[in-house]
Write a protein that binds this ligand. Sequence first.
Ligand code: ZN
Length: 325
Amino acid sequence: MKQITQGNEVFKLELPTPFPVGDVNVYVIKGDCLTLVDAGPKTEEAWLAFQHQLKEIGYTPQDIEQIVVTHHHPDHVGMLDHFSDEVSVIGHPFNTPWLKQDEQFIVEFAAFFEKLFIEFGVDKKFLPYINQLKNTLDFSCKRNLKSFIREGEEINGLAGWSILETPGHAQSHIALYEECTGILIGGDLLLKHISPNPLLEPSMTKDICERPKPQLQLNQSISRLLDLPISLVYPGHGENIDEVHKLIVYRLKKQSERAQLVRSFLVEKPLTVFQVCQALFPTIYHKQLMLTISETVGQLDYLLEMEQIKVDTSLKTHRFIANEC
Ligand SMILES: [Zn+2]
């Protein structure tokens, strides 16, 4: 826990999670009202750590007046269940079905992946992996958003902070930017030690059937930060980031190098998504299928966008082919 920034007072709290990513950072902003940005996972350990660190800065959970969520993942929203209904929960509208754990939505989510697994050529024995999602929801909340925020908007009680929509890691992802200090509370948009996964999700807009392309979205979301004079990013995990633009350029370069590795597989022979995934992650694909498949699709979406590969969709299972240089 550290006190940081000059504009509004911001405090960083580090809470344990049961996930491989390790601790999650949540932020308390003392502006016109006391705002919490993100809430940790729904575990006893996180709740105790939260209360303890909050006490060190002179507050109790009852003092929190509103909570802004950067995105819907359980390590960022689970603890919402510990707060009374009087505390406003604010976020992008796409958080709604996740935060409520809408049953129909979860069924549709599983169906979305079942269909994709056929298209990707994933072996049927991996179908049960889709249900792993339900295990992670045990650490999430059942909560409604009180109000929605979108690109460019400000939040009552948080003067000077504006919202950037930053999809890619999650369709619901936003970041908070304080123009006068150049500080960005970035959620999982940019992390110092790892590159956030571009996670596959169905389209959240009913009239758009095509799935989002999370790697392209993530690239766009971090690239737009290059136009802002950001002094510091307070991330959802790990250390603060000061050389922000340098890290963004590095991340974009690494991603394009990984895409070229994928292309080199396709120069050898046409492959399905699953075959590329196995080649790219030979030792972990079967342990972390949903993550590695998302990452693989990200690289393929990128190469398609760059017109460096093409896809044969004549069969149910699609095959990717390298274009001539
Ligand atoms: Zn996270």
